[in-house]
Ligand binder design. Sequence first.
Ligand SMILES: Cc1cc2nc3c(=O)[nH]c(=O)nc-3n(C[C@H](O)[C@H](O)[C@H](O)COP(=O)(O)O)c2cc1C
Length: 362
Amino acid sequence: MTTAKLAEPLSLAHGPAWKNRFMLAPLTNQQSHADGTLSEDEFRWLTMRAEGGFGLTMTCAAHVQAQGQGFPGQLGVFGDEHLEGLTKLAGKIAADGSVSSVQLHHAGIRAAKGIVSDIVGPSEDADTGARAMTGAEVEAARDAFIRAAQRAEKAGFDGVEIHGAHGYLLAQFLSPELNRRDDEYGGSLENRARLVMEVIDGIRAACHPDFQVGLRLSPERFGLKLAEVRDVAAEILRQGKIDYLDMSLWDVFKEPVEEAFQGRSLMSYFTELPRGDVRLGAAGKIMSATDAVQVIANGCDFAVIGRAAILRHDFPRRVLADPSYVSPALPVTAGHLRDEGLGEVFIAYMSGWKGFVAEEGA
Ligand SMILES: Cc1cc2nc3c(=O)[nH]c(=O)nc-3n(C[C@H](O)[C@H](O)[C@H](O)COP(=O)(O)O)c2cc1C
């Protein structure tokens, strides 16, 4: 087994090539200021990953409207007050030789209770108390994604990733369970996919031709049907307007939950799609050099690294230096995470992920 392929640069249809096949996954860390401006802790966490050798350094999910905030301490990209911090961040990531991207996010019905008072989504939702968006509000959310991309471009980012995964607003529209609208944004799959398509088109039209546009999708949970998500992905790959598709699978080696699709990996339903010049990556439990090599061998163009990048800021550098590299065993101490550039708020957040951080005195 060799890691040589992982070291190869990745060219994309628009914007700069990545120097290798490693993308830092978007990782919410709650370290921003209450108004969404960047903090020193968030700057340090991300720029250490750029220094650690990631070809693409992605921010955490950043909300495009105040109403779309999903977490306390979330990074904002909804106002010009965010430009100063974002500009400083983009500059340092570039200086470290990494391509930069902001993940554009709207939480929809999953907005943070206690922070967002008027929670909205495609349809009303009894569990969260969300109300259905009016047609004008859907258009305003779409335009907010586009304006946020322009803001990221102005700040000097190489591109953005549209967060269409994990049951947030764009995935809520895709879901036949959560989207029960009877206007042009609901009903048929084409209508349910209209919002994400309009966001892609709008960003392409509003930003510079060299601006790199990615899309993140996840194919399971939140009422999504694998066959439908595969069809949406196939159409987006066919249109070739995005530069890369980032499939969030939570485990790149697992089989689908839906029985009819079992017998092979969930990832294979996406690697087999014709993709033209669009690049494909996947995230989920890539914890070692072997795992990263396998993801490429199984048909992806790049590997998306989440928890292994929290554990070691220089996962790419370590993998490329040592084909037998394996992430540190869990749980790790708070001290270990501190040394890897996590602030106290992020360490506390990771303590909520079962088995990740060792309890004090344990
Ligand atoms: C602490 C934490 C925060 C995350 N935040 C985001 C996020 O902001 N946006 C997103 O799309 N996914 C988010 N995810 C999902 C990751 O990007 C990734 O897809 C997932 O963790 C699986 O990859 P891994 O097994 O390498 O961690 C988060 C995951 C973790 C563990």
